[in-house]
Design a protein around this ligand. Structure first.
Ligand code: CS2
Length: 475
């Protein structure tokens, strides 16, 4: 084992179980926790859990959970070896071990980066989808759980039965009011099993909200090879990320928490304004660039914003359509935040693929674009640029790019979306079919004539002239 991938001393005692050991967890929660451990020590080591595949375990187990977080700047890169992850469990291989880990009284936080689709919720309402196959499976014990709600409720039930305090549940995903959302799906699930347990969870368990932000592209073999060439060791568990990182956390941890402020985390009373700022200004324009940029042939975000009409698109969206709907977060300069976003997107060292960001759009659109659109419509404005972005998503999920080549659309609703597009007779029918999916658009937007007309007009323009021409027409 290369000496760079070993700890100075024994691994920390485990105090956190984290569900979802992917790239964002490693560039974000694991890095902040490493900073806290370096400064303060303490029993805040992380036991990571994959609910699906053994990949993360296979990458990290041979190196004791350690990995490299490689920060990429235009002028160069800087590696940092992270030692906060103690080990990785694979739930499908040993669900009992996962439950035992979550029930361990030394574990005081269960944190999550499971992406939007991991909550098994209705994206338009936030409520638990009781017809989700994993939820149906988990509500029919005694088989071991598969889902996030299933594992969390089973572990809390065990702690309650053993007379132990619960753990704090910390969502670190890009969802609006993510603390309240995860609390809602957990209570929905618990109520379907045992009302008394649900009452106990409602009274005893805390679900603080957080805003999380660090651009972290998927790691490539090229990244691993470049690190090996530069640093002399091979690290299949590495991650690449931007220099910028921001974590805003509601400070509500009755069982305690690490000193994440050692890594720069901000503890506040309410995260909501920061969440709206980030989800709409960053994630909303990310998804806009993902669909329209991909259709225009731009492989990465940096490629898209290097193309003048797309840079102008973002500037106009922020100025005229997004910022007017964003409440003022304490301590933030919104115009400066968006200017900094543009520089973050321009970072040529970060190859963040439009295709990667385009994934799971059915789970992302509500909080990234549709909330902003609803606020604009309520103020009497039809936001043309955001309607163009929705039309871009519709064009993308149709599964063919502008050269007639197939698009590898990744989405939990992918089959339903493709079927809706294929069954529709003509472009106007495609728009109506997709707007009619209430799990994404709710029941209000399809009935708004101005919104539907704008999305239809942009969709027709995309079909006839292509994404770059449509973007140029808007700007
Ligand atoms: C991206 C986010 O893949 C995506 O959907 O928009 O992962 C984005 O990179 C992060 O939220 C940035 O903090």
């Amino acid at each position: 084992m290369p000496d760079r991938l070993t700890r100075n001393g024994p691994p920390p005692e485990v105090g956190i179980v984290h569900l979802g050991p992917g790239a964002f967890f490693r560039s974000f929660v694991a890095v902040y926790t490493d900073s806290a451990l370096v400064r303060d020590g303490g029993g805040w080591g992380i036991r990571a859990v994959s609910l699906q595949s053994p990949t993360a375990r296979d990458q990290l187990a041979p190196q004791g959970g350690c990995f490299t977080a490689l920060t990429l700047r235009p002028e160069g890169s800087s590696p940092r070896v992270i030692g906060s992850v103690v080990d990785v469990l694979v739930a499908p291989e040993d669900p009992a071990a996962v439950l035992a880990a979550m029930a361990d009284p030394a574990v005081r936080i269960v944190s999550l980066t499971v992406t939007e689709k991991g909550y098994c919720h209705n994206p338009a309402t936030g409520a638990l989808s009781l017809d989700h196959p994993d939820i149906r499976h988990d509500l029919a014990p005694p088989e071991a759980p598969r889902s996030v709600p299933g594992f969390i409720v089973a572990a809390l039930a065990r702690r309650r039965a053993e007379g132990r305090a619960p753990f704090t549940v910390l969502s670190c995903d890009n969802l609006p009011s993510n603390g309240a959302l995860v609390r809602g799906v957990i209570l929905d699930f618990a109520r379907a099993l045992d009302g008394d347990l649900a009452d106990w969870i409602a009274a005893e368990v805390r679900f603080p909200a957080t805003m999380v932000d660090r651009i972290t592209p998927a790691t490539t073999e090229e990244d691993i090879s470049r690190l090996e060439a530069d640093q002399g060791y091979r690290d299949p568990g590495m991650v690449v990320c931007e220099p910028f990182s921001q974590w805003v956390i509601e400070d509500d941890f009755p069982q305690g928490r690490p000193g994440w402020d050692a890594g720069g985390a901000q503890f506040v009373a309410s995260v909501e304004a920061h969440e709206i700022m980030k989800l709409r200004c960053l994630n909303g324009t990310h998804s806009t660039l993902a669909y329209l940029g991909y259709l225009a042939g731009h492989e990465t975000i940096a490629d898209a914003v290097a193309d003048a009409p797309f840079a102008a698109l973002l500037e106009k969206l922020w100025r005229e359509e997004i910022l007017p709907t964003v409440p003022q977060p304490e301590g933030e300069d919104l115009a400066a935040y968006c200017a900094a976003l543009m520089e973050r997107y321009r970072n040529p060292a970060i190859r963040h693929r439009t295709w990667q960001i385009a994934m799971d759009g059915s789970q992302k659109l509500p909080q990234r674009l549709l909330g902003t659109i609803r606020d604009s419509l309520a103020a009497g404005r039809v936001p043309q640029g955001l309607c163009l972005a929705v039309a871009g998503w519709m064009r993308y999920v149709g599964g063919l790019d502008e050269r007639g080549q197939p698009i590898d659309v990744r989405d939990p609703m992918g089959e339903r979306l493709r079927a809706a597009c294929d069954a529709a007779e003509g472009p106007e029918a495609v728009v109506d079919a997709l707007l009619g999916i209430e799990a994404i658009f709710g029941s209000d937007l399809a009935r708004h004539d101005g919104f539907r007309a704008a999305v239809t007009a942009w969709y027709l323009r995309l079909v006839r002239e292509g994404a770059r021409a449509a973007v140029s027409a808007y700007t």
